[in-house]
Design a protein around this ligand. Structure first.
Ligand code: ATP
Ligand code: MG
Length: 224
């Protein structure tokens, strides 16, 4: 991906080492600072002027690093702050003790579904798991047809697709036919290429370090 002018401008910003405190050096630094900020303002203003479309977005948060689901929950908080209505479907083996579910489930503008209940990771029964996923997707389909829902979060959706429980073409088709102003956020590792191609915004969380690997348990408020 080619860096934008703004990325290049940001990359060019260094923490300047302390300078001798002479008036001349100071005014030279101020001049350079003003010029740099002026350039930055021009780049940002022209990008804002170019962005004149308004539409429901499809966002994918993928990769092996931490932050996919919590980023999606951050967008839910933002949307609720604007009085928007939100639908959530979590495609995971049910965990009843997450802070996000405890908090958001009771918000009046949130519909929260945990759809992982019944997935049989242990028995590896494809037919049964597919059936569970299909039943879950039927609930998502209803949300994707409801124009009163402004934001839909499909948490960990990449897994039922990856395991073959849900058909990718069907998922893409339902996403495509949703109400035009409805935003959808999909999280999960290894998002399929076709899903990323269909998306407006795709972010890959990179795993640099994770506390879990140092033997630290999942922490309330951070991991769940
Ligand atoms: P979060 O919900 O914290 O935003 P996530 O959605 O990006 O995390 P998941 O793959 O859904 O990541 O993993 C959920 C749990 O696994 C969380 O407790 C998270 O801290 C932990 N986790 C995320 N990334 C890693 C990693 N690279 N190694 C180990 N555990 C991880
Ligand atoms: Mg997650």
């Amino acid at each position: 991906m080619v860096d934008s002018e703004e990325d290049r401008e940001n990359a060019a910003c260094h923490c300047a080492p302390p300078q001798p405190d002479s008036g001349k050096a100071e005014s030279e630094r101020e001049k350079r600072y003003r010029e740099r900020m002026q350039r930055k303002k021009e780049v940002i203003d022209s990008a804002i002027a170019r962005a004149d479309q308004n539409k429901g977005l499809l966002l994918i948060l993928t990769g092996n690093g931490k932050g996919k689901s919590s980023s999606a929950f951050g967008m839910i908080a933002r949307a609720l702050g604007h009085g928007m209505r939100v639908g959530v479907a979590q495609f995971i083996k049910s965990r009843k003790d997450t802070g996000e579910e405890a908090f958001f489930q009771h918000q009046e503008n949130v519909i929260w579904h945990v759809l992982g209940e019944g997935f049989t990771w242990d028995t590896q029964d494809l037919a049964r798991d597919s059936e569970t996923a299909q039943r879950g997707w039927a609930i998502v389909q209803a949300m994707l047809r409801d124009p009163t829902l402004d934001l839909i979060v499909l948490d960990e959706l990449t897994y039922p697709i990856k395991f073959g429980w849900l058909d990718l073409t069907m998922v893409l088709n339902d996403l495509k036919n949703r109400p035009p102003m409805q935003h959808v956020v999909i999280t999960g590792r290894a998002a399929p290429d076709a899903l990323c191609e269909a998306a407006d915004t795709v972010t890959e969380m990179r795993d640099i370090k994770h506390a879990y690997r140092a033997g630290i348990q999942a922490q309330k408020g951070i991991d769940l």
